[in-house]
Design a protein around this ligand. Structure first.
Ligand code: ATP
Length: 371
């Protein structure tokens, strides 16, 4: 037994299918009690990585450690895992009690202890009364809670969740998401959560691993991933953002001045990336970071940096906020106005002024302009 402060370690993990590298040079350390999400679009390698941790697939290269023990070649049932998948995967011919007790029976746990632990875990998932029922007598959300109970009953050292909420309707999904967060925090079990839903990842995780085409794009806290994206892919995958095609006008240390073909000027920070004057780049500003005011409120006609004039094209009321589509030259810019503002001022045709802070400008090299 090796002493390690990490519950899970992936060191240079690689997996190929034929000549196709689907997980490349994956490095990650997870601390005890952390909830880490693997987030990325379909086919980015999330499930393949989870399957290697679960022991369903073997990595072609690299070391996989759980609680300091090297797991390469160790069968899945010797890894002390709890798993929940997208489909409920309960045994239909067994009662809920038998389903939850299954893992304990395999471990030859004494009957009285099984009864006690099943009762306790059914309480934890707030379904204490359903032990005698069969899976088909439960709703989708209840069945998924039972799947979670079954995964937790053996007190696993690691909980693996592969899109466990994606078969549920929106409301249940949210409910179970809250529940999972509460459970994970209460029990403190180290958890890996696979999802393609950025909101779910932001909500549930201590840290997020953003993957694209088998490569780790960024590992960070939800705050880091949202506010300090390491790449254009990360910025655009997490939440909505407005993209403006701009040219680099000036560089002053890390400060960068940009301009669109129509003369909208932006100022921001290069955030460690290197650009050159005259380079065509992409600038992004998120809809919720843009302020909107009606044009007649303006004292002067001079439009400064990080300001633009436009005309409201469309407004969509979404309860907590309203989304305005604003025509700025030839571009359409989405602006999110909080419900507390007087939304009725912004109707289609209304001339407006948009403004934003330099901290909210994200600049990335344009793919086609890279050498
Ligand atoms: P999804 O969200 O759609 O499940 P994912 O991010 O989990 O996607 P993976 O299922 O890990 O992605 O798949 C990664 C890549 O590996 C995909 O291109 C997929 O087609 C390929 N792949 C997965 N399993 C196999 C297999 N058994 N044989 C060949 N290719 C595979």
């Amino acid at each position: 037994m090796v002493n390690s402060r990490f519950d899970v370690e992936l060191n240079n993990i690689q997996k190929k299918f034929g000549s196709n590298i689907v997980v490349d040079n994956f490095n990650l350390q997870i601390e005890q009690g952390e909830c880490v999400s693997f987030l990325g679009p379909s086919g980015c390698g999330k499930t393949t990585t989870l399957n290697m941790i679960a022991g369903f697939l073997e990595p072609d290269q690299g070391d996989l450690l759980i609680k300091g023990r090297r797991m390469n070649g160790v069968p899945s049932n010797k890894r002390e895992l709890g798993m929940v998948f997208q489909t409920y995967s309960l045994f239909p011919h067994m009662t809920i009690f038998e389903n939850v007790a299954y893992g304990l029976k395999l471990r030859k746990t004494a009957k009285a202890e099984i009864a006690e632990r099943v009762k306790k875990v059914l309480d934890v998932v707030k379904l204490p009364q359903v032990g005698d029922r069969y899976p088909k007598q439960l709703s989708g959300g209840q069945r998924q809670r039972i799947a979670i109970a079954r995964a937790l009953v053996t007190e696993p050292s690691l909980l693996l969740l592969d899109e466990p909420l994606s078969n549920l309707d929106a409301k249940l999904r949210e409910e179970l998401r809250d529940e999972l967060k509460r459970l994970q925090q209460e029990i403190g079990v180290t958890t890996i959560f696979v999802t393609h839903d950025q909101e779910e990842a932001l909500y549930l995780s201590n840290r997020i691993v953003v993957l694209d085409h088998g490569k780790v794009e960024q590992i960070g806290t939800p705050w880091d991933i949202y506010n300090r994206p390491a790449s254009e892919f990360v910025h655009t995958f997490i939440g909505k953002s407005n993209r403006l095609e701009v040219m680099v006008n000036e560089l002053r240390g890390s400060e960068i001045a940009l301009e669109t073909a129509e003369g909208v000027r932006l100022e921001g920070n290069a955030r460690g990336l290197s650009f050159h004057v005259g380079e065509p780049v992409s600038a992004y500003v998120r809809p919720e970071k843009i302020r909107l005011r009606t044009a007649d409120e303006r004292m002067s006609d001079r439009v400064g940096a990080n300001e633009a004039q436009g005309k409201v094209k469309l407004t969509s009321f979404l309860g907590a906020h309203t989304e305005c589509e604003v025509e700025v030259g030839r571009s359409d810019v989405i602006v999110r106005i909080p419900a507390s503002q007087e939304q009725e001022r912004f109707t289609p045709g209304q001339p407006v002024v948009l403004s934003w802070d330099s901290d909210d400008v994200f600049v990335f090299a344009r793919k086609e302009s890279k050498p």
